[in-house]
Design a protein around this ligand. Structure first.
Ligand SMILES: [Mg+2]
Length: 272
C-alpha cells in the first residue's frame, strides 16, 4: 500500500501550497530540500495561466527553492500545444497576459486585436489582470460565432499575499455564461498536466504524490491520475468533498509525517 515511506516522487502545486503571492509558505523550502537530499524526485505542477515554467522556475529559485524549467509543469505551457492539436495553428483571441499571447504566437497561432474577433477560430482565456467588458464582449461573441473555446484552468481564485484575486476560472465562466458554451480546460484537474508531471518524476503514478490546496484541481485530478493525494488544508472548516489519501494543515505537518514514516531524526537540532 502506498504511504509516505513508499513514495518516490512528489509533485507540488505552487499557488497556495508552495507560495502565496511573493512569499514562500512556511516549511516549503525545508521540505523540498529534505526530499531532494533523500534522493526523491520533486516537480512543481501549477495551474498557472499568467506565466510559464521558465518564469516560475526563476521565481522559485529567487525565493530559495532552486529549480529549472524542466522541474516545473504549468498549464500555461501546455495550452498552446492543446490548441494546436485540436484546431491547428489559427488566428485567435488571447485573453490573458502578454506572456500568454507570446507563447501562443511562438507555436504558430496568430493573436488578433479585439476588434477582429470575427476572424478568431479560437479563444484562449488565462488569468488577465486587464480583463474588462470589451474583452468579455469580444471573447463571448467569437465563441458564440463558433470559435473553439479554451480555458487554461477553471480555478475560481488566485491566491495572493493579502487574500485572493479572481482566478482564470472566474473570467472563463463569464465568457462561458455570455457565449452559452463550456470551455475545453487545459489545466488541473484534467489529465495532461498530471501525466506530464508523473513522467518528469520518472516513477509509476502509484509511487507519486500530488500535494495541493485545491480539492477540485489537485485532489480530484491527482486521484484520477492514480497518484497518492495530499491535501494541504490550513482551514479546518473547509469540508473535504473528495477524500484525499492524507490531509495536513500545512507543509511543516507533512514534513513531520514524512520524517516519522522514514525513521529520520525529528529536527537537525536534536543531534547537535
Ligand atoms: Mg493551489
Amino acid at each position: 500500500m502506498t504511504s509516505l515511506r513508499t513514495i518516490r516522487g512528489y509533485a507540488f502545486d505552487l499557488d497556495g501550497t508552495i507560495w502565496a503571492g511573493p512569499h514562500l509558505l512556511p516549511g516549503a523550502a525545508e521540505l523540498v530540500e529534505d526530499l531532494r537530499r533523500a534522493g526523491l524526485a520533486v516537480v512543481f505542477a501549477s495551474n498557472s495561466s499568467r506565466h510559464g515554467s521558465e518564469r516560475l522556475a526563476r521565481e522559485l529559485t529567487r525565493l530559495g527553492i532552486a529549480a529549472g524549467p524542466r522541474e516545473v509543469v504549468a498549464a500555461f505551457d501546455l495550452t498552446a500545444a492543446e490548441v494546436l492539436e485540436r484546431v491547428g495553428p489559427v488566428p485567435l483571441l488571447a485573453i490573458g497576459t502578454d506572456e500568454l499571447a507570446g507563447s501562443l504566437a511562438f507555436v504558430g497561432h496568430e493573436p488578433l486585436p479585439l476588434d477582429r474577433w470575427g476572424e478568431a477560430r479560437a479563444v484562449v482565456v488565462g488569468n488577465d489582470p486587464m480583463f474588462d467588458f470589451d474583452r468579455l464582449r469580444a471573447a463571448s461573441r467569437a465563441v458564440a460565432a463558433g470559435a473553439a473555446f479554451f480555458a487554461v484552468n477553471l480555478d475560481a481564485r488566485y491566491p495572493v499575499a493579502d487574500g485572493f484575486d479572481p482566478g482564470c476560472g472566474a473570467l472563463a465562466e463569464a465568457v462561458a455564461t455570455a457565449s452559452r458554451t463550456r470551455p475545453i480546460v487545459v489545466g488541473k484537474p484534467h489529465p495532461r498536466l498530471f501525466e506530464t508531471a508523473v513522467s518528469r518524476l520518472g516513477c509509476p503514478p502509484a509511487q507519486a504524490a500530488m500535494i495541493g490546496d485545491s480539492q477540485a484541481s489537485d485532489i480530484v485530478g491527482g486521484k484520477a491520475a492514480g497518484m497518492f493525494t495530499i491535501w494541504v488544508a490550513p482551514h479546518a472548516d473547509v469540508p473535504a468533498v473528495v477524500e484525499p489519501d492524507l490531509a495536513v494543515a500545512g507543509l511543516p505537518e507533512l514534513h513531520d509525517l514524512w520524517r516519522d514514516a522514514n525513521g529520520r531524526a525529528g529536527s537537525a537540532g536534536l543531534s547537535a
